[in-house]
Design a protein around this ligand. Structure first.
Ligand code: BES
Ligand code: MN
Ligand code: ZN
Length: 499
């Protein structure tokens, strides 16, 4: 995957700027700053003219391309409204408009002049971080299984962000690194999630985990195979892969950023590499989208990559429960009862409710790490799409502080979540005649009963569950979004005390 290089640099004087694309952030006003005046003189006055004739107003997220001159090949004016009133949503809108335009242009390098903004904004670093994130995300394109000629590579290879004289350069560099790390983490997630099920199998995820660990000395990977899982008593997880030719894998990726005695934060990902529903077979329409059912696993990869790039001073253990859910003569049948690693027996009334079956054993497994907190991430229920659509991730937790941290991490990164209850009353839906609990509820609140099921395997630690069935991918244009990596990275940064 080709990555975009992004750096923060001091702007110097207008005469020194040489680039194939100069992007200028412009507030909604008719006068130019001294630096912009000098630049406009060099460009022959086109910036001032496009302001005066009304072609460009500076409205938030608006943009116009102007021909350049004298070492600057082209100029992109980006409107940023009233910079003193910038909020997260507007920063995102501005950054995305700029990134889309820059990435689509034939320019090989770009420079972003933020001078007029940094004087007025409360938090210029936040805007630089958002800019770096948006640029990284916009630069990604899926190509692995496409004939090369069909999709031209991005021309843009490197971008320099020029924050302006008043900005603290060390803070600017940190902000750019955070944005790039979150962006590259998200892009890793998108790539894994976009790969088809015949390539991205549980074994493939295991090899990708080993590959990720090779890229950073603070990352290590361990794989637990089916034999070892049987020894551990993970018969719930194993039951999901029974019908598949692909062996299930429990993948553990450790990031060590603090003393080895420091208790870790655990991220647990649902890694169903394809979900046919099993014997409770899904209808055919859009079944291809069930290759995205390892979105939770993908986000564990992305969050760990970002944490390692940022060298966060905490320990993190990522655990991925990977399996393929297929119908066959050996597949689990409705009514089968399995014993989970916790000892609790489960009546599998619907083989399509398989995510909770792999996750419950992974949740029991992570207790051995004495985690500070455990967050599981899963494309768990279609019902969460009914509740929240594609805007918010469903948050469920047995701990108010953890739930609130995830909510505020979502707000800050504009990768938002919304909390649901997991009250005792809902748990009754999981009562079973033939086992300790059933794997589906009796009706209504499908996302909540799924979370209630998981909570019964997470009683010994602080735990949250993120249902990302609505946020991890889109149907049009079809593809992975990289969510909720920005929320997870923000949460981990907050826990690491580096914001
Ligand atoms: N992977 C699906 C959930 C899903 C649905 C994700 C649509 C993305 C888009 C999950 O394994 C599933 O099939 N859940 C069932 C649960 C039901 C059988 C209780 C569902 O949501 O229908
Ligand atoms: Mn399913
Ligand atoms: Zn599933």
């Amino acid at each position: 995957m080709a990555t975009l290089s992004i750096t923060a640099r001091t702007a110097g004087s207008a005469e020194l700027i040489k680039t194939q694309a100069l992007a200028v952030l412009m507030p909604e006003r008719k006068t130019l700053s001294p630096l912009l005046k000098a630049l406009d003189k060099r460009l022959g006055g086109t910036v001032a003219r496009s302001l005066h004739n009304g072609d460009f107003t500076g409205a938030t997220g608006s943009h116009i391309w102007l021909p350049g001159a004298d070492g600057v090949e082209r100029v992109l004016l980006i409107g940023c409204g009233d910079p003193s009133k910038l909020n997260v949503a507007q920063s995102k809108k501005i950054s995305e408009a700029l990134s889309r335009a820059l990435v689509a242009s034939p320019a090989k390098d770009g420079q972003i002049l933020m001078e007029c903004l940094t004087q007025k904004t409360k938090n210029p670093a936040a805007l630089m971080e958002q800019m770096s994130l948006s640029l990284s995300l916009a630069h990604y394109q899926y190509g692995q299984t496409l004939n090369k000629r069909k999709k031209a590579e991005r021309a843009l290879k490197k971008v320099a962000i020029l924050p302006g004289a008043l900005c603290d350069m060390a803070a600017a560099r940190r902000a750019v690194l955070a944005g790039v790390a979150t962006g590259q983490g998200s892009n890793l997630t998108r790539q894994l999630v976009n790969l088809p099920g015949n390539i991205c199998t549980p074994k493939f995820l295991a090899s990708e985990a080993r590959r990720l660990a090779r890229s950073d000395k603070n990352l290590t990977t361990t794989i637990v195979d089916e034999r070892k899982m049987a020894e551990l008593g993970m018969h719930s997880l194993l039951s999901v892969g029974n019908g598949s030719e692909q062996p299930s894998q429990l993948i553990i990726i450790k990031y060590q950023g603090a003393a080895s005695s420091a208790r870790p934060y655990c991220l647990v990902g649902k890694g169903i590499t394809f979900d046919t529903g099993g014997i409770s077979l899904k209808p055919g329409a859009k079944m291809d989208e069930m290759k995205f059912d390892m979105g939770g696993a993908g986000s564990v990869f992305g969050a760990l990559k970002a944490a390692a790039m940022m060298k966060l001073p905490i320990n993190i253990v990522g655990v991925i429960a990977a399996a393929e859910n297929m119908p066959s003569g050996r597949a689990t049948k409705p009514g089968d009862v399995v014993t989970s690693m916790s000892g609790k027996t489960i009546e599998i009334l619907n083989t399509d409710a398989e995510g909770r079956l792999v996750l419950c054993d992974a949740l029991t497994y992570v207790a051995r790490f004495s985690p500070v907190e455990v967050v599981d991430i899963a494309t768990l229920t279609g019902a969460i799409i009914v509740s929240l659509g594609q805007e918010a991730t469903g948050i469920f937790s047995n701990d108010d502080h953890l739930a609130n941290s995830l909510l505020s991490a979502g707000e800050r990164s504009h990768d938002r979540g919304w909390r649901f209850p997991i009250w005792e009353e809902y748990h009754r839906q999981l009562d079973s005649h033939f086992a300790d609990l059933a794997n589906i509820g009796t009706g209504g609140a499908g996302s909540i009963t799924a979370a209630c099921f998981l909570s019964q395997f997470a009683e010994d630690y602080k735990w949250a569950h993120l249902d990302i069935a609505g946020t991890a991918f889109r149907s049009a244009p079809k593809g992975a979004t990289g969510r909720p990596v920005p929320m997870l990275v923000q949460y981990l940064r907050e826990r690491a005390g580096v914001l």
